[in-house]
Design a binder for this molecule. Sequence first.
Ligand SMILES: Cc1ncc(COP(=O)(O)O)c(C=O)c1O
Length: 398
Amino acid sequence: MTNQISLAQGREYLAIPGPSVIPDAVLQAMHRPSPNIYDGELIDMMPGLTRDLRRVARTKHNVAIYIANGHGTWEAALSNVIAPGEVVLAPASGLFTHGWAEMAEGIGAKVQLIDFGTSSAWDFDRIAGALRADTAHQIKAVLAVHVDTSSSIRNDIPTLRALLNELDHPALLMADCIASVGCDRYEMDEWGVDVTVTACQKGLMTPAGVGFVFFNDKAQAKRAAMPRVSQYWDWQRRVNPEVFYQYFNGTAPTHHLYGLRAALDMIHAEGLESVWTRHERLAAAIWAACEIWAQGGALQLNVADRTHRSHAVTALRLTDGLGTPLRVFTESQLGLTLGIGLGMEDWDGCFRLGHMGHVNGQMVMAMLGGVETALAALDIPRGKGALEAAASALASAG
Ligand SMILES: Cc1ncc(COP(=O)(O)O)c(C=O)c1O
């Protein structure tokens, strides 16, 4: 009888698009006894933390912190500015806009959804059509997912802002940057975004559990005019509070704050612009490999146009439902976990590569090597030379 040998023993690699790899510095910062929540270091840390959070979202405006995942920040943001019966416009290029739109419906909003499918970025003619038709300005907000992590589409937020301005439409521009902050260029103030939501478990490299809502004066004016806002979600209570516990409307997420502090220190030590460039260059190497594999006819990048691809996640399609078997192989045989075909019509035929946050060149090469090995093991037709193409892209990126 032959022993079944797996090559998965050793340090595993979670290459999914969030939660992302947690740096040792973040883990170590969290590994400590419970701190005093009434006095001392943790409380003193807050002004610097909120300042550095605003720096990663590129805003001088407000940030409210919630003990919540991304779904929590969706509800928090909506609860502050959308009253029951008000209309929101949701241009969808993947699962997550649908999720945010459903949440809006859940709090009583009327949703106007424009579905661009799972492989196309926003079509501004269609969005313009919806905004132009809204002569009474019933649409109070546009729910804009910057990077849809399911499809890996990166949408063009500045053009959406320009369109709202051109049509003189007063709707709030609300952006979900959960998969882009700390990965892809995102400029809240320069791009004219009124509300930004993000969470800590992707580009911010911290275990899931803390989320952020950034908002400007226009959004605050809408908040002030709301008939009511649920006390827990109310962002007003959380910004510049007089006492520490009001930041979180209760007990602070103590250890997450230390982890987040360490993560923000890493980002700002590297430089946010350099973080974006690193993601761009690593993504270019990944795409170079994928484009070679695609020559075999079985694999396809989900987003054809490079200008609409996220630099933090890459969704791929495989023929014959081979995405799931490929993932099962890399995890069970190599210790490499890849992302599922979330939100795609052919779930089993798709998989995703996560390359967000604490990721460097050797990790990307290992991940691509894992995919190459799985393609070989499953005898999936593929172009030859993918790893060489990735190596050349990295070699010339320095
Ligand atoms: C773009 C985007 N929005 C929202 C969410 C939801 O976040 P969470 O799973 O933390 O609730 C995710 C999660 O992956 C996401 O990628």
